[in-house]
Design a protein around this ligand. Structure first.
Ligand code: DAS
Length: 356
């Protein structure tokens, strides 16, 4: 009898110890906030075979979190539904609201990392905007998916698990805003959606920073362009974004789009040229007039990889134009909008395009 009582008492004490150890382990987990904005990662299709035909922006953030119980072993999670929008429909105002929320959360001592679930169509633009304007070294991870959670071999769950793991990782701090897709870790600056129907959809022409596999990060390089804490731009002081639009070059291009955009009140025009940012000879005088009217002209290229060489295809010094370096038109537009909140001096803008 004596020993049985002692054993029961011991077992009770052991159970209490185990429970408190688990509770301590749980409280010791990093705090990660998931900000949901919509997209396919929150999408739903009519059947499991609908991997491309579905409605985006349907599943609320709490359901996304509840559908991934594995997250509770990685971090203490809470979610906020910032928007429920397919990302092709996001606006500059949405961008400002999201970035200001990220900035406010990043300042909170009880927030260790932030994940933003987002549509894939404009994910690269949001991620770049955040890396340019949010002053924190805490991990901020933008994540999406190419298939809705209802589809066979859906990619959203693992992408989100990866994103939370990276957001909960101390070794992800100070690397700027990151994007986790398809097990890879990319910078918000370099990554672009390069395929519109595969799960391996996101590429960085200079390569990912690393990979995340089974919750562990493997880093192979670090960013060299300015971001987050190193940025001269701060979302807390930006309340509006100047209009900057894009016009593409192609065989037979008329001046129609450029003329219309120039009359619409834009502050800068991104020219998505052919090749090395080339401009059709009939368009050169049109862009010179645009510049003469006080609108900045920034030469980018429709070619996915490479970078535009200043004064090569066009005498940029002579025309007082800016080159977008290796930024695709949609990324050049983000940087131009942010830069124009501080300066419209072309020499300063060119410095900014070299540094960010
Ligand atoms: N329409 C796409 C978007 O919301 C769906 C997606 O791929 O996330 O960006």
């Amino acid at each position: 009898m004596y020993f049985a009582t002692r054993i029961r008492a011991f077992a009770g004490a052991a159970a209490l110890l185990a429970a408190s150890a688990i509770a301590q382990a749980q409280t010791a987990l990093p705090n990660v906030v998931i900000l949901a904005t919509g997209g396919t990662i929150a999408g739903a299709g009519a059947s499991a075979v609908n991997s491309a035909t579905y409605s985006a922006a349907k599943v609320p953030v709490d359901k996304l979190i509840a559908g991934l119980p594995e997250l509770s072993k990685v971090a203490s999670i809470r979610g906020e539904q910032v928007f429920q929008i397919a990302s092709e429909s996001l606006t500059n105002d949405n961008l400002l609201v999201l970035a200001k929320r990220v900035s406010a959360l990043a300042k909170q001592p009880d927030v260790d990392g932030i994940v933003i679930t987002h549509g894939t169509d404009t994910l690269e633009e949001t991620a770049y905007f955040l890396t340019l304007t949010v002053h924190t070294s805490k991990p901020i991870i933008v994540v999406g998916s190419m298939r809705p959670g209802t589809a066979l071999s859906a990619d959203g769950a693992l992408n989100l698990f990866d994103a939370v793991n990276v957001a909960a990782s101390k070794d992800a701090a100070g690397k700027g805003v990151l994007v986790t897709m398809n097990d890879e870790i990319h910078t918000g600056r370099d990554v672009s959606k390069t395929v519109n129907i595969k799960t391996e959809a996101f590429k960085s022409q200079w390569g990912p920073l690393g990979m995340v596999v089974e919750g562990r990060n493997y880093w192979f390089r670090a960013p060299v362009k300015r971001h987050t804490m190193q940025s001269e731009f701060d979302i807390d002081t930006i309340n509006a974004l100047p209009p900057v639009e894009i016009a593409y070059g192609y065989e037979g291009v008329p001046a129609t789009a450029i003329d219309a955009l120039a009359k619409s009140g834009i502050k800068a025009l991104i020219h998505g040229g052919t090749g090395n940012g080339s401009v059709a000879d009939r368009i050169v005088p049109v862009l010179q007039k645009v510049r003469g009217d006080g609108i900045l002209v920034i030469r980018s290229s429709r070619v996915p990889d490479g970078f535009v060489i200043r004064n090569a295809e066009q005498p940029d010094d002579k025309y007082d134009w800016v080159v977008a370096h290796d930024l695709r038109p949609q990324k050049a537009r983000i940087l131009a909008m942010v830069a124009l909140t501080k300066t419209s001096d072309t020499k300063e803008l060119q410095r900014i395009f070299w540094e960010y």
